[in-house]
Design a protein around this ligand. Structure first.
Ligand SMILES: Cc1cc2nc3c(=O)[nH]c(=O)nc-3n(C[C@H](O)[C@H](O)[C@H](O)COP(=O)(O)OP(=O)(O)OC[C@H]3O[C@@H](n4cnc5c(N)ncnc54)[C@H](O)[C@@H]3O)c2cc1C
Length: 427
């Protein structure tokens, strides 16, 4: 087993830098034996690449880091019929390169590729392809999951379906994803994109809703950045016949090459903290959600800290699983709104930004939406119960029966399962 004491500053923060703690011991996969660690009963925090933004992977205890992009490629197995078996610690970048060489591709790539497969599947995964293919978890055939006794089992829609439903998008609360079998799609090197500029958020909301009603679009994203509102609609393939004005282009390898807006935004923040969050509302509800954001945009703190608004459309496959904690529940078409801020290392500024996020979360819930759990969301027990209801009880049962009480126990989802049940027969 590989474990070591870590120097003071290494692993000191999550990606957002909001929470700070220095783990006493860092275990690394694949050299660590995860089943031995998980069965030890010691408090353990799971981490992929650590890019979640609100302390989800921060601990002053023991950390199990699965991200191992350099060694992962040797462990990939092509199962045929478009299925690929991947270690959780692989990066999307490595996986997409591996697949492209074989004329295949990941159906939905995130726009930043140096994150772990296991960590992203543990939050849900969305991207510019989501308008066609839904969430990344919609393309998982099965996962190998290790529980708190160290037992490993394959879970799918038919084998251990409850574990499957809770582990994907479940922030590591239902066990450690060790490997995943993913569906792939044919690789198209080129994408035809059409950019549109919008004068107002209202106009952008209308445009996005119209695209959400269509089922012939392969790519969609929209941004408010540096005062400009731009949407991009795309079709895979290099059909130049579609390019009839200056706003059209044929680009290779989206999102890995062209789609650098998020990456640039992510890494250009100096010594400020990143407070990112995404809200996902059912199609038809973007306008009121954006109106709430717009009302806050001219006031402190959003007028100082906002770097970008980011919009995606998520169209789920017809047979989609109703995952317990993913940002899309059962709605066939949803729209995600990312609110990405960078804030001074100042408690008053972060508290003010949290207040804004709280207001937006309330609005998102009123509109029938959900937060994306990788982000900065203050989920108190009442809000958690309102969002996830009876699934919190299911999670408590799963964690108890699979002896997972010591794994990721710091997460709000888990503390909400320890609340006194208040459903009084409502569920
Ligand atoms: C620059 C940037 C760009 C992003 N772009 C996108 C995007 O386009 N689309 C999108 O959907 N998201 C995006 N995100 C959010 C991203 O998907 C999440 O932050 C995701 O968690 C990152 O994966 P990770 O490997 O860093 O996971 P981590 O942050 O390490 O872990 C996330 C959660 O999963 C748990 N976990 C990690 N590994 C495992 C495992 N193997 N088994 C069980 N539980 C595990 C952790 O305990 C934690 O609760 C972006 C984030 C950043 C910082």
């Amino acid at each position: 087993m590989s474990s070591r004491e870590v120097p003071l500053d290494e692993f000191a923060t999550d990606f957002g830098g909001l929470r700070r703690a220095v783990p006493k011991v860092v275990h690394r996969m694949p050299s660590a034996f995860p089943s031995v660690l998980l069965s030890s009963g010691r408090q353990l925090t799971l981490r992929g690449a650590g890019h979640s933004c609100d302390g989800q992977t921060v601990t002053d205890g023991e950390l199990l880091v699965t991200y191992a992009p350099k060694t992962a490629a040797a462990q990939v197995r092509d199962l045929g019929e478009g299925l690929i078996e991947v270690p959780a610690g692989m990066s999307w970048h490595g996986l997409e390169r591996y697949l492209n060489r074989r004329s295949r591709a990941v159906p939905v790539l995130p726009n930043y590729l140096h994150m772990s497969v296991g960590g992203t599947l543990s939050v849900g995964g969305a991207g510019i392809d989501s308008v066609r293919y839904g969430m990344q978890v919609d393309h998982v055939e099965r996962i190998q999951l290790i529980d708190g006794t160290g037992a490993s089992r394959w879970c799918s829609r038919t084998d251990h379906p409850e574990l499957f439903r809770f582990a994907l998008g479940g922030l590591g609360t239902a066990g450690l994803i060790e490997r995943a079998v993913l569906r792939t799609v044919p690789y198209h090197r080129y994408t035809h994109v059409h950019r549109a500029h919008h004068a107002t958020l209202t106009e952008l909301a209308g445009h996005t809703e119209r695209i959400a009603q269509r089922d012939d679009v392969d790519i969609y994203w929209a941004l408010l950045r540096r005062g400009r509102l731009v949407s991009t609609t795309g079709w895979r393939g290099s059909d130049v016949g579609r390019c009839d004005d200056e706003n059209c282009a044929i680009v290779p390898n989206l999102p890995s090459v062209e789609h650098d807006d998020i990456t640039e935004t992510a890494f250009a923040v100096g010594d400020r903290v990143r407070m990112w969050t995404d809200y996902v509302v059912p199609a038809g509800q973007l306008a009121p959600m954006l109106a709430t954001v717009e009302a806050l945009l001219s006031r402190y703190p959003l007028n100082r800290v906002l770097m970008m608004l980011y919009i995606l459309i998520v169209r789920r496959p017809p047979d989609a699983t109703s995952f317990a904690f993913t940002p899309v529940r059962t709605d066939p078409v949803s729209i995600g709104l990312g609110v990405y801020t960078t804030v001074d290392h100042d408690p008053a500024a972060t508290a003010a930004t949290r207040d804004v996020f709280h207001e937006l979360l309330e609005r998102c819930c009123e509109l029938g939406g959900r937060p994306y759990l990788y982000g900065a969301n203050d989920l108190d027990d009442a809000m958690t119960e309102r969002l996830y209801g009876a699934d919190l009880d299911h999670l408590a049962q799963l964690r108890s029966s699979h002896r997972l009480e010591h794994v990721n126990a710091h997460l709000p989802l888990v503390s909400a399962t320890r609340r006194t049940p208040s459903h009084n027969g409502r569920w």
